[in-house]
Design a protein around this ligand. Structure first.
Ligand SMILES: [Zn+2]
Length: 160
């Protein structure tokens, strides 16, 4: 997987226009395939068991090229967050007060995923009152299928 994103293009539905969508690559494709099944999985070394993210061919600890995809509990904590302010891309300007959070996974404190904190898997991006955001708050993953068809992890507060 790549951490980069790209604007939706004309071959996606109109409602996806302007949203930033993941661009899966060969190494990261399984991450998105498991997400589409409602599973949060992180690449792990098949030899030394070290988890690594973003996905890549070689283990940075033991240099093995053998890998597997380990299922996570989906639990973590807000490591950091931002509340974007204008100027925003047009598709995001229509959703003022949204957040972007960085989640540190419970099983792998060195691994952090970027996403959005929402009140339900399919809730609007700005469904959480920004005043509720706290660094360290426990969160759990849910999965949302974007208008273009890709399924992304989103996050709910453990104690809403
Ligand atoms: Zn290894």
């Amino acid at each position: 997987m790549t951490p980069s994103v790209a604007p939706a293009t004309d071959n996606r539905s109109d409602s996806a226009a302007g949203l930033l969508l993941p661009v899966p690559d060969d190494d990261g494709a399984p991450f998105w395939e498991y997400a589409a099944r409602g599973e949060l999985r992180i690449q792990a070394c098949a030899d030394c068991d070290a988890l690594r993210f973003p996905p890549r061919p070689c283990c940075p600890h033991c240099r093995s090229f053998s890998a597997r995809w380990q299922r996570m509990s989906g639990r973590g904590r807000i490591w950091s967050y931002v509340l974007p302010h204008p100027p925003l891309l047009p598709a995001y300007a229509e959703q003022p007060g949204y957040n972007a959070i960085i989640v540190e996974l419970a099983e792998a404190p060195g691994i952090r995923l970027v996403g959005n904190l929402v009140t339900a898997a399919d809730a609007p991006l700005n469904s959480v009152d920004p005043a509720r955001l706290r660094i360290g708050a426990p969160v759990k993953a849910v999965f949302h299928t974007m208008p273009g068809g890709v399924t992304v992890p989103r996050w709910l507060l453990e104690r809403p």
